[in-house]
Design a protein around this ligand. Structure first.
Ligand code: UT7
Length: 333
């Protein structure tokens, strides 16, 4: 059975840098509060007119170039996002079009697992590759959060956290038994769906969004931050241990952990609970904030760029987010 390997990675973030200082001019917050509670210094927000599909396409082209491949080499697209350009169709088909692949008929699957979207997508892509269904898969995480958040004091708990961006990975099949995705583990617990969610627009509402919804801010995401925090720092280490156990490996074997970038304090607590050295955990939340499904592929592309992964290294990915959803993956690089 072939193994899934990462052939190339790439990312794209908007040029516009939004500092904590800029946010203090729009809401009652402070650079100190944001840095202390979240580790975020700045994030990138799109200019008007920018689409997720265009950002995803730039990240994808970079990943394809790194892999030495052309868009026409892609057999399937898996795209994770919670902020699609449209209610339907999914952003994956727009990405397919942006890459000039409309005429090929290749499938484009959108994955809706929020912050865990990239790991859910990896799990699907890995199964397709191992089964021999598709040989080369473009896996993308992309978000435009900035157009959906309440940038006033009412929404400050959420507004300071989120950023826009896209990360992509080209996955391929390899017969080398010493390389590739060793396992993926994905989970969900719907009990807590409303602890981090966006209520409207919603198909159970008639109409899906009303003036009152807008007035009440139901179209903005909301979160019970402390509860989410508590579950995040429990579930991510749990998922990492689950992955290590399945593969007969130990925490000491991990060369690089890339946790979902939700909050620097969460990543630090996960690191401590696992007993991992600081040098083995990749963090970039200070520069991009939380880009939800895009945090892991952006961080992975940066880590590769910085030469932090050598062949044979054990890479561990873990995420937790809205749903709740969470998971982990182990990759022999
Ligand atoms: O990616 C998906 C997963 N998401 C997460 O994992 C996020 C998990 N949660 C968190 O990261 C944290 O809970 C937050 C960063 C969202 C909040 O940090 P916290 O330490 O849990 O603060 P808090 O929500 O308990 O709020 C503390 C205080 C409150 O004021 P009072 O009630 O103590 O007077 C808030 O109103 O901080 C206030 N506050 C703010 N102050 C300045 C909330 N947001 C802000 C803000 N600026 N932006």
């Amino acid at each position: 059975m072939p193994r899934t390997v990462f052939l190339g990675t790439g990312f794209d973030v908007p040029e516009r840098v939004v500092t904590n200082e800029e946010l203090t001019r729009r809401m009652d917050t402070s650079d100190e509060w944001i840095r202390e509670r979240t580790g975020i210094r700045e994030r990138r927000w799109v200019e008007e007119g920018e689409t997720s599909a265009a950002m995803a396409a730039r990240a994808s082209r970079r990943a394809l170039e790194a892999a030495g491949l052309e868009p026409s080499d892609v057999d399937a697209i898996v795209l994770a996002t919670l902020s699609p350009d449209h209610f339907f169709p999914g952003t994956g088909v727009f990405l397919q079009r942006e890459l000039g692949l409309s005429g090929t008929g290749i499938p484009a699957l959108d994955v809706r697992a929020q912050c865990s979207g990239f790991l859910y997508g990896l799990s699907v892509a890995d199964a397709w590759i191992r089964s021999g269904r598709y040989a080369t898969i473009l896996l993308v995480g992309v978000e435009i959060q900035s157009t959906g958040i309440d940038v006033s004091t009412r929404g400050r708990d959420m507004a300071v956290l989120f950023g826009d961006g896209a990360g992509a990975a080209v996955l391929g099949a390899s017969d080398d038994p010493d390389r590739g995705v060793l396992s993926t583990h994905i989970h969900a617990e719907g009990e807590h769906a409303e602890l981090l969610w966006c209520d409207a627009a919603a198909s159970y509402r008639h109409p899906r969004i009303s003036a009152e919804d807008l007035e009440q801010g139901r179209h903005y995401p909301s979160m019970v931050g402390r509860e989410v925090f508590k579950h995040a720092v429990q579930r991510m280490p749990e998922a990492v241990h689950e992955a290590l156990e399945e593969n007969g490996l130990a925490v000491e074997d991990i060369d690089l952990l890339i946790p979902h970038q939700a909050n620097a304090r969460i990543s630090e607590m996960v690191r401590r609970r696992l007993g991992l050295d600081e040098t083995r955990v990749y963090n970039n939340i200070d520069r991009y904030g939380n880009t939800t499904a895009a945090t892991i592929p952006i961080a992975l592309a940066e880590a590769v760029q910085q030469g932090l992964l050598s062949q044979g290294d054990l890479l561990c990915l873990t995420a937790f987010g809205s749903g709740f959803t969470w998971g982990s993956a182990l990759v022999r690089w």
